[in-house]
Write a protein that binds this ligand. Structure first.
Ligand SMILES: Nc1nc2c(c(=O)[nH]1)N[C@H]1C(S)=C(S)[C@@H](COP(=O)(O)O)O[C@H]1N2
Ligand SMILES: [Mo]
Length: 317
């Protein structure tokens, strides 16, 4: 008999809702409801529309191991990698407010039937937002646990009807020299690009996030939409996406261009494969002093190990 394992982000049915958390999240829920066209909710508590959004977000806290380990919001929004705004960890929080995130247009190209330019709200159904508590692990050995809000990437990609030639998908970040002081530096190639194999992109764990901690994404975390690919190193989770391109060959990535030896295309979290400049066996949660053992696939092996069956994970690092 095939026993389907419960995904790690799915919380059990009898979890209790935490009132306090729920209230701090009202702003975002209201925004989501407003986007969904329910304009009559202003100030009226728990209208039908409000309730619907609340249900869609399915807030259940204190439920699994990860929710007990949630990183302080101030750490997750104040210690960032977003090189377009500088290479220092506090640069993005300082500089990213200059990026204009509304309106936001995304260009869809390549091997799909429905290429074109889409508004953010055509891509994401704000009625179906989910909260998922995921670990994020930077290649630089720090990690954090964040309550992300978003939709499965598969729900977005399938809208465009990919053809059988679409084997990989490439994503591109906004590159605006006026609002992004970091792109005058040649540290990476701009625009920032990343890619996934089609089956990785369609895996139910892969999330297109529009919010975190019950609110819209702060600019420094990749507003208005960014990927979260929890079994891969953080740099695969590309921010502020303006282009999605369906391609037949493994696409170029910005970090691969920086050093292919250090940053492979797959970039699965793997304690057994050292980064050329440091060991990846342990990691440190932001805000903790002790080091933890790094988990294969960042702890999501039950859901994704299958994708790499038969591949040499040292070669395909
Ligand atoms: N466009 C863009 N996306 C990016 C980056 C970047 O520099 N530019 N940095 C990546 C890296 S290295 C990490 S670890 C994560 C960090 O996400 P966070 O700042 O939300 O923690 O974003 C990733 N996405
Ligand atoms: Mo990173």
């Amino acid at each position: 008999m095939l026993i389907k394992k419960k995904p790690t982000w799915q919380l059990s049915e009898n979890d209790v809702t935490d009132e306090a958390l729920m209230h701090s999240r009202r702003d975002f829920m209201m925004m989501a409801a407003a986007v969904a066209g329910a304009s009559a909710i202003g100030g009226v508590p728990l209208s039908a529309a409000d309730e619907r959004v609340l249900k869609a977000l399915a807030y259940k806290s204190g439920a699994n191991d990860l929710s007990r380990e949630i990183t302080d919001r101030s750490a997750a929004t104040g210690y960032n990698n977003f090189y377009e705004f500088g290479t220092g960890k506090s640069d993005p929080a300082k500089n990213a407010h200059t990026m204009k995130v509304s309106p936001w247009t995304v260009e869809v190209e390549g091997h799909v039937e429905k290429t074109g330019k889409y508004d953010l709200h055509d891509l994401i159904d704000f009625n179906t937002l989910e909260e998922r508590i995921y670990r994020l692990r930077c290649v630089e050995t720090w990690s954090m646990v964040v309550p992300w809000i978003g939709v499965p990437l598969s729900a977005i990609l399938s809208k465009f009807n990919p053809t059988s030639n679409a084997k990989f998908v490439q994503f591109e970040t906004l590159a605006d020299p006026k609002s992004m002081p970091g792109i005058s530096s040649r540290v990476l190639s701009w625009p920032y690009v990343e890619g996934l194999r089609m089956d990785e992109a369609m895996n139910p764990l892969t999330l297109m996030a529009v919010g975190m901690y019950g609110k819209e994404l702060p600019n420094q975390n990749g507003a208005p939409m960014r990927l979260v690919v929890p079994w891969k190193y953080g740099y695969k989770s590309i921010k502020s996406i303006v282009k999605i391109k369906f391609v037949s060959k493994q696409p170029r990535t910005s970090w691969g261009g920086y050093s292919n030896r250090e940053y492979g295309f797959y970039s699965n979290v793997n304690p057994e494969v050292d980064h050329p400049r440091w060991s990846q066996k342990t990691e440190q949660r932001i805000g903790e002093f002790r080091r933890r053992d790094t988990l294969m696939f960042n702890g999501y092996g039950g859901e994704v190990a299958e994708l790499y069956k038969g591949m040499d994970l040292r070669k395909n690092h």
